[in-house]
Design a protein around this ligand. Structure first.
Ligand code: ADP
Ligand code: 5GP
Length: 202
């Protein structure tokens, strides 16, 4: 199976610590550019948060189901994050690519490394918080995590912040301090691909 398209827009991988603002930026992008982006819906074993929809935000599955998908070679990558399993299925990417949309993947740093071993050829963007203190505050204010889950995410964030500084891992690192500024940066790096999709529709 070939996930690296010869034509069509390049996929985009968004990564960065939990709480850095990936979903916030992504939702804004998908709203402004309706019919341009398609979200690759990952599998996860974590519980849905209030407002999250199965099949839209994630495919919420049991560990058994996740393991089955791994065993059946249905995933292009999978990782353990903060005590839960996460993975990207081939079909979640293909569903988006079949519509000629820019496929957006939201994955952790392990996902970034594993996707680099595939032929997907995405644009890699890291969203980073201004500081650990601000990240912690945003995660606390989001009120989605238990204290244990919060601490695990902060630990993972320290590792992510270190690794994402490495040369050549990301095409662009955006510090999400002021949301509007971060959003403009994200848009500007994607404008060429956005244009491609819009032109194809004409
Ligand atoms: P992620 O998807 O990376 O885990 P979220 O998009 O859920 O992060 O953002 C974490 C929290 O921080 C959310 O409550 C969100 O509203 C808030 N947030 C995101 N960006 C900013 C920003 N630039 N300034 C202040 N708060 C922000
Ligand atoms: P959350 O539980 O906050 O939705 O996500 C936690 C972390 O898992 C985030 O860093 C997010 O990017 C990552 N993640 C979400 N889906 C996937 C996936 O399919 N694969 C990998 N490797 N990470 C994922």
């Amino acid at each position: 199976m070939n996930l690296g398209q010869m034509s069509g827009p390049r996929p985009v991988v968004l990564s960065g610590p939990s709480g850095a603002g990936k979903s916030t930026l992504l939702k804004r992008l998908m709203k402004e550019y309706e019919g341009v982006f398609g979200f690759s819906v990952s599998h996860t074993t974590r519980n849905p948060r209030p407002g999250e929809e199965d099949g839209k935000d994630y495919h919420f599955v049991t560990r058994e189901k996740m393991q089955e998908a791994i065993d059946n070679n249905e995933l292009i990558e999978n990782a353990e994050f903060s005590g839960n399993m996460y993975g990207t299925s081939k079909s979640s990417i293909e569903d988006v690519q079949a519509q000629n949309l820019i496929c957006i993947l939201d994955v952790d740093i392990q996902g970034v490394r594993n996707i680099k071993e595939t032929d997907l050829n995405p644009i890699y963007i890291s969203i980073q918080p201004p500081s650990m203190e601000i990240l912690e505050q945003r995660l606390r204010d989001r009120k989605t995590e238990t204290e244990e889950s919060l601490q695990k995410r902060l630990e993972a964030a320290r590792i992510d912040m270190e690794l994402s500084k490495e040369e050549g891992v990301f095409d662009l690192v955006i510090i999400n301090d002021d949301l509007d500024e971060a959003y403009e940066k994200l848009k500007s790096v994607l404008i060429e691909e956005i244009q491609k999709v819009q032109d194809a529709k004409k």
